[in-house]
Design a protein around this ligand. Structure first.
Ligand code: NAP
Length: 295
């Protein structure tokens, strides 16, 4: 029997962000095709397609078969340390796969969105107010470099495509200790005492909220680069205070220099000149989202 065409493809559907994208698309009545190497045990109503997207030709063959109406690429080598250890693997997933998606989507009716990151910045300080969509990229890490190259390759091949840069994500990781809040909660639950920097600034966003806004942006038909900053600019230590709400704090704090961590991007705070005009609502207030993220 032939496979039904159309639907909404989430590439990287088992990831921290991907599970929320799957949920949001299902809630909006889409037939969702979920793609990752492993996954499908979550019991969602999505149709699972286990696939290694790093293997040449796999993505295009899958999309040719499914002929979806919409594709969100959230699969990535997303960890900075993993990308530093294996730059070739990072390049395959963060550059070659977006390029292939762009070539596939160009000239088709399907809409495609590449999820990107604030880590395309960091080598230069931000302009006042934060990095805007037209600020030239200046990554520090292999991860940031490959994501920036992936953006360019995707948009070169598919100029009507949409790239959305997300900031540090927090929120529900389904008990996996992923993301800015669950990683801290899990470390404290293990009896550790995390060290939080007082001189590293981010604009954190709730992953579920981000997934909703990403799907909203895809539905607008917008093209080019859009930033989706969280509602507040704050340090890692301030973020932890807002998560744990009141002393005694279960973490220590100090400058990055105390841990020899100065090579990390100091400030990747995003700002947007486009998101407010495209979206019907702003991201959730930080404390509202954090209350949802806390146990
Ligand atoms: N997390 C953040 O704070 C953050 C912030 C800004 C931007 N972003 C961006 O958001 C996107 C999602 O990030 P995330 O945190 O959700 O990442 P993640 O938790 O590491 O998830 C990555 C997803 O990609 C899949 N994947 C990895 N390699 C694959 C391969 N070779 N073939 C098929 N699937 C593969 C993974 O599943 P398998 O391993 O089972 O294949 C998983 O579903 C990325 O583009 C990232 O750059 C994340």
């Amino acid at each position: 029997m032939g496979e039904k065409r159309g639907g909404f493809v989430v590439l990287g559907a088992s990831g921290f962000l991907g599970v929320h994208l799957v949920d949001v698309a299902l809630e909006r009545g889409q037939r969702v095709h979920a793609v990752a190497r492993r996954g499908g045990a979550g019991g969602t109503a999505a149709l699972w397609h286990p696939a290694d997207l790093a293997a040449p030709g796999v993505l295009v063959a899958l999309l040719d078969r499914l002929r979806p109406d919409a594709v969100v690429l959230a699969a990535a080598v997303s960890r900075v340390d993993v990308a530093e250890r294996d730059p070739d693997a990072a390049r395959r997933l963060n550059v070659d796969v977006p390029a292939d998606l762009g070539h596939w989507a160009a000239g088709r009716a399907a809409r495609a969105l590449l999820v990107s990151t604030d880590q395309v910045f960091g080598a230069e300080p931000p302009p006042p107010g934060g990095f805007l969509e037209d600020t030239p990229v200046a990554p520090l890490s292999v991860y940031g470099h490959t994501k920036a190259e992936g953006e360019a390759a995707f948009l070169d091949a598919y100029p009507s495509g949409l790239v959305v840069r997300l900031p540090l994500l927090f929120g529900d990781s389904r008990g996996r200790g992923l993301g800015a809040s669950d990683a801290l909660l899990a470390a404290v639950a293990r009896g550790e005492r995390p060290f939080l920097f007082e001189d590293e600034w981010r604009t954190p966003l709730d992953a579920r909220d981000g997934a909703e806004l990403l799907v909203d942006l895809l539905e607008t038909g917008a093209r080019g680069v859009v930033h989706l900053p969280g509602p507040e600019r704050l340090t890692r230590a301030e973020f932890a205070e807002r998560l744990f709400q009141r002393p005694p704090w279960p973490f220590d704090r100090g400058p990055r220099a105390a841990r020899g961590a100065q090579s990390r991007p100091r400030d990747t705070c995003l700002a947007s000149s486009r998101a407010a005009a495209l979206l019907a609502r702003a991201p959730l207030a930080l404390d509202v989202a954090l209350r949802r993220a806390s146990p």
